[in-house]
Design a binder for this molecule. Structure first.
Ligand SMILES: Cc1cc2nc3c(=O)[nH]c(=O)nc-3n(C[C@H](O)[C@H](O)[C@H](O)COP(=O)(O)OP(=O)(O)OC[C@H]3O[C@@H](n4cnc5c(N)ncnc54)[C@H](O)[C@@H]3O)c2cc1C
Length: 359
């Protein structure tokens, strides 16, 4: 074998894995189809969990990423009673999560990779038949797979920044509406907004002038936050695509190449980081990182967390993105239960912070 590990895709998942493997004594090389640094232009704003912070701290990149802490999460749904508040103080963590720019995350990872002996070859698509002991796919998408599970929610995300009329105080808002969820994440002194809308409407909504879009956002979100102004919009198609088995012959799929999720619960990159931490741990000091027994062990370690996170995200979108009356009452009851029973709330908070391992 020419080399131990080849990572195809130098986005955040690929770069984080290269750093994690290096810590565990495994040599990896990255190839990416785009020019190096392209990921710094990613316009997405991500909510990362406390567990993800710990992983990024361990990789030595957290300190270089500007972030805004989430102190409280307010969850509600349009057209019904019931709401719940999850507080960092109740969960005994400094923050429930952190909001950061995907571009800043990529820049910090790239800087750390550049400070090591990890080879990053850009402008180079994956070789046809890699000669590495293990090829890790981190291409950020799943084109095809024999065991592919997909769901088309018929929704797109319109993302933008929004300036609130009053300071946000570290509060994140998740509001479920029949047209899809709306998230307001505290980011610097603004909100990063993810507005989900029917796929057929997204381009028209995003192209509306600022005042028309602001009014629509306000109407979809309701009166709890007054939106003073909005920034430029970007559209992302949403869906669920999951490669059920994340390993193959001398191959592993991680990050969005293993599972692409709806951003409703902000789980995509959080799950990717847990994949990465477990893969690096499984391959610690491995003589042959492509050994099928090691790959099977990795797949088995990831089974519960992957299935639970995919199921949780998918269930949330389907339960909350409709206007069927019995479901509306069920949603209200669910939010009320969460609000009245701290253990149930804590369960949800820990699941969101640490994945299935947090339980
Ligand atoms: C609107 C939206 C909001 C989101 N919000 C959150 C959130 O709040 N929290 C969260 O945790 N996650 C969130 N996510 C998910 C998160 O953005 C992704 O999980 C993350 O960006 C995936 O990183 P990645 O490295 O797997 O893929 P990418 O960032 O797509 O990187 C893939 C890399 O592979 C390269 N590549 C592709 N094909 C090839 C090839 N054939 N050969 C070589 N290189 C190749 C590409 O050039 C690219 O650099 C959100 C997603 C969306 C759409």
């Amino acid at each position: 074998m020419a080399e131990p590990v080849l990572i195809v895709g130098g986005g955040p998942a690929g770069m984080a894995l290269a750093l994690a493997l290096r810590q565990q004594g495994v040599k990896a090389r990255i190839v990416d189809a785009r020019p190096r640094g392209a990921a710094r232009d990613d316009a997405r704003i991500l909510a990362l969990s406390h567990g993800s912070r710990l992983i990024l701290e361990n990789l030595g990149v957290w300190g270089a990423i500007p972030h805004t802490p989430i102190e409280t999460i307010h969850i509600s749904h349009a057209g019904g009673l019931g709401r719940t508040l999850i507080r960092a103080t109740e969960e005994n963590v400094p923050a429930l999560g952190y909001v950061l720019a995907a571009g800043d995350l990529a820049a910090a990872l790239d800087q750390s990779v550049a400070a090591t002996d990890i080879v990053y070859t850009d402008n180079t698509p994956a070789p046809e038949s890699p000669e590495a002991a293990l090829t890790v796919h981190a291409e950020g998408r799943i084109d095809a797979a024999a065991d592919l599970k997909t769901r088309d929610y018929g929704q797109h995300a319109v993302i933008c920044s929004a300036r609130p009329a009053a300071p946000h105080g570290g509060m994140a808002w998740e509001r479920f509406t029949p047209a899809g969820p709306v998230a307001f994440l505290p980011w610097r002194d603004e909100y990063a907004v993810v507005l989900t809308c029917p796929a057929t409407d997204s381009e028209r909504i995003a192209a509306a002038d600022d005042e028309t879009f602001r009014a629509l956002l306000q109407q979809r979100f309701g009166p709890r936050v007054k939106v003073a102004s909005v920034g430029p919009r970007h559209v992302y198609p949403l869906g669920l695509r999951v490669r059920q088995n994340p390993v193959g012959e001398r191959a592993v799929w991680i990050g969005n190449a293993a599972q692409t999720l709806h951003p409703v619960a902000g789980q995509g990159f959080n799950l990717a980081l847990r994949d990465i931490a477990d893969l690096a741990d499984t391959l610690t000091d491995a003589g042959d990182p492509g050994d099928p027994r090691l790959l099977a062990r990795y797949a088995s370690r990831r089974r519960l967390d992957r299935a639970a996170t995919v199921g949780f995200t998918d269930g949330l979108v389907r339960l909350f993105s409709n206007d069927i009356a019995p479901l509306r009452h069920l949603r209200g009851a669910g939010l009320l239960v969460l609000d009245l029973f701290p253990p149930a709330r804590s369960f949800l908070a820990r699941r969101m912070m640490f994945g299935a391992r947090g339980w």
